[in-house]
Design a protein around this ligand. Structure first.
Ligand code: NCD
Length: 306
């Protein structure tokens, strides 16, 4: 097992399959209550320059559950960025107050820049339309919990594959486990060429379609995403694709009835509420798994767990 101690978590490109397995296994130990209190005496700072509910609050809850302390800000309005301070100076300051820094920022590459400046490990909690690695860790944990394995799964990714950072990170992770991917989106929201080239290089099969039913009936997971309104430059372009998908109980049945439905949340209208009550719906369980997974990750990078 590689050591996580002191390591920044910025992109799936920096990670191996065994790193991902280690995070999933460690999160399992945390969830089963086999380890606890491992962040005692450690302090984590959160710097969020973009809105968040689950990511920020689950990091906060994770730290408190493991005996650590956490502080930070939830928007740039409440930081000195609103007085004109540079991002770099904010990082150089806050790194002196904590043992790990969790950053969400609208600009792609912001977390990488922070990790180059920082003397403490940085965790990327989402950088623009690029990557969201900790979401992928909890997605993998949830998949493993549901079907007992990560190898050889058929996964559908549906919705905004162009701007959705969660699906960019997840696709890279799945490529390390011999998955088959079906990419379901309108033509204008297909996965960017750069990510598709990486999937091709990893040798995993993937297909691009416009409707989930084109994936057949052997899909293990359908990972649904919101159209990322805030990333569109042209509001009319957004309106043209808004509401283009709605997963219903009928969709689940058309897909063979066994497919598990996942979503990083927040949901707008792309999954009908009637799906929530089906045994197929994993998305709230998935959100709650953010706690043990983020506990495990923080434990590993601060050296409280190995
Ligand atoms: C996602 C994000 O911020 O990228 N949310 C999350 O962290 N669970 C997905 C989204 O905003 O659509």
């Amino acid at each position: 097992m590689g050591s996580f101690k002191g390591r920044s978590i910025i992109s799936l490109r920096d990670m191996s399959a065994s790193d991902l397995v280690q995070i999933v296994e460690t999160a399992g130990r945390v969830k089963r209550g086999e380890v606890g209190g491992f962040l005692a005496g450690r302090t984590v700072a959160v710097m969020f320059f973009e809105p968040s509910t689950r990511t920020r609050l689950s990091f906060e809850s994770a730290v408190l559950h493991s005996g650590g302390s956490i502080f930070g800000f939830a928007s740039s309005d409440s930081s000195s960025q609103s007085k004109g301070e540079s991002f770099a100076d904010t990082v150089r300051t806050v790194m002196g107050y904590c043992d790990a820094l969790v950053i969400r920022h609208p600009v792609e590459g912001a977390a990488r820049l922070a990790s180059e400046l920082s003397t403490v490990p940085v965790i990327n909690a989402g950088d623009g339309a690029n990557q969201h690695p900790t979401q992928t860790f909890l997605d993998l944990f949830t998949m493993h919990e549901a079907v007992g394995r990560l190898e050889g799964l058929h996964v559908g990714l549906l919705g905004d594959l162009r701007y959705g950072r969660t699906v960019h990170s997840l696709a890279m992770a799945m490529s390390m486990f011999g998955s088959r991917l079906t990419l379901v989106s309108p033509p204008s929201l297909r996965m960017p060429e750069q990510f598709k080239a990486e999937l091709s290089n990893s040798g995993i099969p993937f297909r691009e379609v416009q409707q989930p039913e084109e994936a057949g009936t052997d899909m293990d997971f359908l990972y649904v995403t919101r159209i990322q309104r805030e990333r569109f430059v042209d509001p009319q372009e957004y309106e043209a694709v808004a509401h283009c998908y709605r997963v219903t109980a009928e969709t689940v049945s058309n897909l063979g009835g066994k497919v598990k439905i996942m979503h990083p949340l927040p949901r707008v209208d792309e999954i009908a509420e009637e799906v929530d009550g089906l045994p197929n719906a994993l998305y709230f369980k998935q959100a709650h798994n953010g706690i043990p997974v983020r506990q495990a990750l923080l434990g590993l990078i601060t050296g409280g767990l190995d």
